[in-house]
Design a protein around this ligand. Structure first.
Ligand code: CU
Length: 155
C-alpha cells in the first residue's frame, strides 16, 4: 500500500470539519517520561510542506502494564490542533480520518506508521524541517499517558 504524497493527503485533511469542542485544551504540565504508562520508541515526524501547516507524527507505543490504555487524543506544542488519525484506502486513494479512541492492549503495542495510525498535527505554528524536533503528549481523557519526542526527517 503506497501513501499518496503528503500534499494530497493534506488536502483531504483540510476539508475535515472540526467542531469547536474538538479544540485542544492547553497542554498540561510535563510529567517525567519514566512515570508514563506507555513506552515510546522510534518517534519521527514528516517535514512540513510550504503553504500547508500540517504534518504527521509516527512512533511505536508499548504498554508494559496489565491494563489496556485507551488513547483519546494528543496535544503538541507546535500545533494549534492535534488528533489521532487513521489512514485508509478508498478507491485506490489514501485518505484519513480522526479516531475517537485507540487501544494499546495490556502487554501489547500499537504502531503509528505511514499508511496506518498517526498523530495528525494541524495549524502548525512554525514550519518543520529535517533535524527539528516535535514534542507531543498522548492523552487518555485528561491524563497524559505518553510523551512523544519526534525527530523531523523525510522518511
Ligand atoms: Cu492524518
Amino acid at each position: 500500500m503506497r501513501l499518496a504524497p503528503l500534499a494530497s493527503a493534506a488536502l483531504i485533511c483540510a476539508t475535515l470539519s472540526v467542531p469547536a469542542a474538538a479544540q485542544q485544551p492547553q497542554a498540561p504540565a510535563a510529567a517525567p517520561a519514566a512515570a508514563m504508562p506507555l513506552r515510546v520508541s522510534g518517534a519521527w515526524a514528516r517535514p512540513s510542506v510550504p503553504g500547508r501547516p500540517m504534518t504527521a507524527v509516527y512512533a511505536v507505543l508499548e504498554n508494559p502494564g496489565g491494563s489496556p490504555v485507551v488513547l483519546t487524543g494528543a496535544t503538541c506544542e507546535v500545533a494549534g490542533m492535534s488528533h489521532i488519525h487513521e489512514s485508509f484506502e478508498e478507491q485506490g486513494m489514501m485518505r484519513m480520518r480522526p479516531v475517537d479512541s485507540l487501544v494499546v492492549p495490556a502487554h501489547g503495542r500499537v504502531e503509528l506508521a505511514p499508511g496506518g495510525y498517526h498523530i495528525m498535527l494541524m495549524m502548525l505554528r512554525r514550519s518543520l524541517a529535517a533535524g527539528d524536533r516535535v514534542r507531543c503528549e498522548l492523552m487518555a481523557g485528561q491524563r497524559v499517558v505518553a510523551v512523544v519526542d519526534a525527530e523531523v526527517r523525510a522518511q
